[in-house]
Write a protein that binds this ligand. Sequence first.
Ligand code: PMP
Length: 358
Amino acid sequence: MVDRVIAGVLPRVRAMTAYTPGEQPNGGELVKLNTNENPYPPSPAVAEAVRAACGGDSLRLYPQPASDGVRAAAAEAWHRPLEGVLIGNGSDELLAVLTRACLEPGQTVAWLSPTYSLYHTMAEAVGARVVELPVQRETDHSRALLDEGLASCNPRLIFVCRPNSPWGETVGLDELGRLCRSTDALVVADEAYIDFSHAESALELLDQHQNLVVLRTLSKAFSLAGVRIGIAFASPDLVVELDKLRDSYNVSRLNAAAAVAALQDMDYLRANCDRVMASRQRVIESLRTTGWQPWASDGNFFWLPCPGDDGRAVYSRLADAGVLVRCFDSPQLSGGVRITVGTDEQMDLLVQCLGNFN
Ligand code: PMP
């Protein structure tokens, strides 16, 4: 019976590897530095707005179908036209929408690797052909984009994560603009971490390139990973098409209330990110004085190459000490760990634990 049921599932889905998210332990005393969450709470306005949204009989009713309140708040926060904004249940939903909108089985999606591994899962789900151009190190990133040319593999969709996870480098706007000009593919600039960077946002390029989509999320800089809000900025014509593929009522009333409150408190966001960026600088400098060689990063995380190229050993030793970081099994990434920037106290503990290695 089970076999008969499973046989109804598409072969390519059965062949897929599920996305492996970072661990989300329940409770416990772990210092959680594995999924690039923000160590600070969201704007105080968020809890107030969520409480207010629970009032009366509002939860009995469906939310706004296209999250118009959130769209308007996002449009205002980033000075973009309302018609060019689409709201998702996290930017993960928007990545799925984009993949389904652009790719039929066998068609090509391309990116520089390593990068956010969910792109691969999304591509597999629709049977797309994946072209991953490996880069060696942070500084190779822009050059590979230019020289090898993501555009030359005839893709219909290109993902550019800027700043990129897990290494923290950022493709420049010049390169990105050139890429947009050199291809008919849709180019998606995934800017989940841009607020932690000194680099300019690709939002600046949107009016020049109809094939550019810029993704933002409230999960990182806005400290709202638990709320699940992603934002796509694109040409209004494209938004009309993408909107057909999102889930109906994809943003709950409570999530929408939280998002609007957060988007209306951009001063809080800036102060929040500045604190994280200062801690990033501090922890990278401290680790360098103790013999480690963490890479510079534009995100709220950094890459730490590990002794003997054994990221898992460092992961395990830190986990034993109650500090959870992220390690990856792919050959390109097995030699290090990705560490989320936490509070200064958490970073002091990390530096202390890593000091015990040497
Ligand atoms: N893009 C990148 C590069 C990410 O690291 C993440 C978070 N894991 C996402 C998108 C997804 O963000 P969200 O929480 O909005 O779905």
